[in-house]
Design a binder for this molecule. Structure first.
Ligand SMILES: N=C(N)NCCC[C@H](NC(=O)CCC(=O)O)C(=O)O
Length: 443
């Protein structure tokens, strides 16, 4: 028996709206809004419990420690923590904001993961994403690697690679641009790597307004590291025109699982050709649900995050979509989803969940999770304290209620008490999740 486990990033105590992600429309339009870290973390935990209750394997990944004092020191701020925060707030507020972001919650960007059925050595491979396109995200990979090693520590099953070198040629956004299709989770699958631009293929079109964060060269390197078979690996270019409309990752415009791919008509560059290649490489039995622009505009897709849903296969074999409530609020999307589930199509049901605090920064249900396909033995090798059941959910809920604020504005970020609260919270969390001393402040 094999499972697709979802490991969600737990929202950290400094969740805020800083407008840091150019090209991500929600992040820009909610800049300076007052955040509610407590509600954000509880929404995330409730999503994790909901999936566990559906009979799925659900894990949790701890947040990164913020503010990132080490980075601020590296940037020339010195003294006691309070002095560092104060000086950064006055001299370089944009750096302080970057060092305060709780962006590790979007664990789809933490790494690319290939299951053992696809890798030549029969092990699960992890490559943390370098996330070089945004400063607040480029400071994540070192900790990401430490965290993943603490959760998936057994070298008999898990291989951890270094993040790719930090250079624009190798921009890597992790699993947000990676989809695996297969017949059964335990069988060899087809891995789709979707890139926004290529350094060496100069003739390919690129977006003109917003950045293409992920490169072909990064995807090719990850596929090599993960020892994937070339005939079961495809590199597809994202449609640059939709990147310019706010589709900053492929998981904002397409989602796949098992033998199903749900994508917008404008998801890929030269889409007919891209879909042909996918069909050819997969062989018989693949269903592609292509959503036409006249049913759902790109605007509606970006606002509602229709494609940032989690497409899940339940233990009874039914496929369901876990969607953000924003999909109910958008008329086009609501109509499309009602027709989809009202027919005899492959998706049986849509389950709506509230992840508004994350959505307002451009992170839907699928952004919040990193998928790891596990066999029974591999699952037994995962740090058991990082798997969610009702008792763990309750423990973590109480922990959030104890440590998290229910309001955070950008002005609060100079408050050294927030740093103390965050470190106390994370220190306690490493005990709840049996992670050891993974944070720099614990060393
Ligand atoms: N699509 C996936 N898989 N992930 C979504 C990531 C959202 C994240 N938002 C932010 O980083 C906003 C932070 C701020 O503005 O405060 C980003 O743009 O990298």
């Amino acid at each position: 028996m094999h499972y697709e486990a979802n490991f969600d990033g737990l929202v950290g105590p400094t969740h805020n709206y800083a407008g840091l992600s150019f090209g991500n429309i929600a992040s820009g339009s909610n800049a300076n809004a007052v955040a509610n870290p407590r509600a954000a973390a509880l929404q995330g935990l409730d999503k994790m419990l909901a999936l566990q209750q559906m009979g799925l394997v659900q894990g949790v990944l701890p947040p990164q420690s913020r503010p990132d004092l080490d980075t601020l020191r590296q940037l020339g701020f010195s003294g006691q923590p309070g002095q560092i925060l104060d000086a950064a707030y006055r001299q370089a507020p944009e750096l302080l904001l970057a060092c305060y972001s709780a962006s590790s919650m979007w664990s789809a960007n933490a790494a690319t993961v290939s299951p053992s059925a696809d890798s030549a050595d029969g092990k699960i491979h992890f490559t943390p994403a370098n996330l070089i396109n945004k400063l607040h995200r480029a400071i994540e990979p070192v900790q990401t690697q430490r965290t993943l090693q603490a959760v998936f520590s057994d070298p008999d099953h898990f291989v951890h690679h270094q993040p790719l070198p930090s250079h624009p040629t190798l921009g890597d956004e992790g699993a947000a641009n990676h989809t695996r299709l297969c017949r059964q989770y335990g069988e060899a699958g087809l891995q789709l790597f979707v890139y926004g631009r290529s350094e060496c293929r100069k003739d390919e079109l690129e977006p003109v307004h917003f950045p293409a964060r992920h490169t072909l060269e990064a995807s090719q390197a990850v596929a090599r590291l993960h020892q994937l078979a070339p005939e079961r690996t495809l590199f597809l270019q994202q449609n640059p025109a939709v990147i310019d409309q706010g589709v900053f990752h492929n998981d904002v415009i397409a989602v796949g699982n098992r033998e199903l791919l749900l994508c917008h008509q404008q998801a890929f560059f030269e889409q007919a050709n891209a879909l042909d290649r996918i069909h050819q490489a997969f062989g018989e039995g693949l269903t592609v649900l292509e959503v036409p622009t006249e049913a759902v505009s790109i605007d509606s897709a970006v606002q509602s995050y229709l494609f940032n849903t989690q497409l899940l296969t339940l233990p009874d074999g039914r496929h369901v979509l876990v969607a953000p409530t924003e999909c109910q609020d958008n008329t086009e999307v609501n109509t499309y989803l009602r027709e989809l589930t009202g027919s005899t199509g492959p998706i049986a049901e849509v389950i709506y969940l509230d992840v508004k605090q994350s959505m307002q920064n451009g992170g839907g249900p699928a952004c919040l999770r990193l998928r790891v396909v596990l066999s029974e033995r591999e699952r037994a090798a995962v740090n058991p304290e990082c798997l969610i059941d009702p008792a763990k959910h309750q423990q973590l809920t109480q922990w959030v209620q104890r440590y998290y604020r229910d309001q955070l504005s950008l002005d609060d970020l100079r408050d050294p008490a927030l740093l103390d609260e965050s470190q106390s919270a994370l220190d306690q969390l490493t005990q709840l999740l049996s992670l050891g001393s993974i944070y720099p402040f614990q060393r």
